[in-house]
Design a protein around this ligand. Structure first.
Ligand code: ADP
Ligand code: ADP
Length: 217
């Protein structure tokens, strides 16, 4: 589903975030990106989502070379990717239901009734049933993260990518979040998760791509 071919990413200013990286991720796989802060994990996820482009080499998503796509085409592809990134903020002045409805309203593909049904399903899946009217500010960090995940999966993406989704959470909550991703994987979604704490990945038996200063080790 995802193929990196000798990918190098140099940011403006000359910092080489990724150096000659090649790997594949199969459809239906759940995989972890591990490495210290600054190792290049977010950069890989941004390349997969087409948020940034490689400086050299190629990133393939299904049959698409992400570097060759128009913004329109990328926007279309991204509707099939669920993204849980730290800079994708919740709307703090809108309740849980409104936050989850938003991606459906943006896609414009659903009637109001259908959108409501899908939003409620996503909210239930992440364990927030009954909290539809709550404002994010009144919720714990773990609940807010669940809300971000509900918003990412409400379009039923085939690929779910998450950048340090359990950062800033106590261990028990962090493990719950990992378990939640596992349930999406078991339902057939391809899942790519980054974390600097490898102990959260133990016991799962999934492949781990370990990064050090932009290289795969
Ligand atoms: P990680 O997610 O593992 O913490 P990142 O992919 O965010 O790593 O960053 C890899 C390296 O690239 C770091 O040294 C970081 O400072 C640098 N970097 C990330 N984004 C940018 C950017 N927009 N401009 C310049 N340097 C960046
Ligand atoms: P994380 O460690 O959670 O992956 P970062 O702190 O590396 O996140 O990055 C946060 C944001 O700042 C990202 O959007 C990234 O692109 C940007 N960024 C990171 N490092 C740099 C840098 N050296 N110069 C400019 N922007 C950067």
């Amino acid at each position: 589903m995802i193929r990196f071919e000798q990918v190098t990413k140099v940011y403006p200013g000359g910092h080489e975030a990724l150096k000659n990286l090649s790997f594949k991720i199969d459809k239906g796989e759940m995989i972890f990106l591990a490495g210290h802060s600054g190792a290049g994990k977010s950069t890989i996820l941004k390349l997969i989502a087409g948020i940034t482009k490689p400086s050299d080499g190629a990133v393939w998503l299904n049959q698409h070379n992400m570097g060759d796509l128009s913004d329109n085409h990328l926007g279309f592809l991204r509707q099939h990717i669920g993204i849980v990134f730290q800079d994708h903020k919740l709307l703090f002045d809108r309740n849980v239901l409104a936050n989850v409805l938003l991606p459906l309203q943006i896609s414009g593909k659903y009637s109001h009734k259908d959108a409501l049904k899908r939003a409620h399903m996503a909210i239930e899946k992440v364990g927030l049933a009954g909290k539809e009217k709550a404002l994010p500010v009144t919720m714990s960090g773990g609940e807010q993260q669940r809300l971000c995940i509900a918003r990412a999966v409400v379009n039923q993406p085939t690929l779910l990518i998450a950048d340090e989704p359990s950062a800033n959470l106590d261990r028990a909550y962090a493990l719950d979040i990992m378990e939640l991703f596992r349930s999406f994987h078991q339902a057939g979604t391809t899942v790519v998760i980054s974390a600097h704490d490898e102990s959260l990945m133990a016991d799962y038996g999934h492949r781990i791509l370990r990064l050090q200063q932009g290289r795969l080790i």
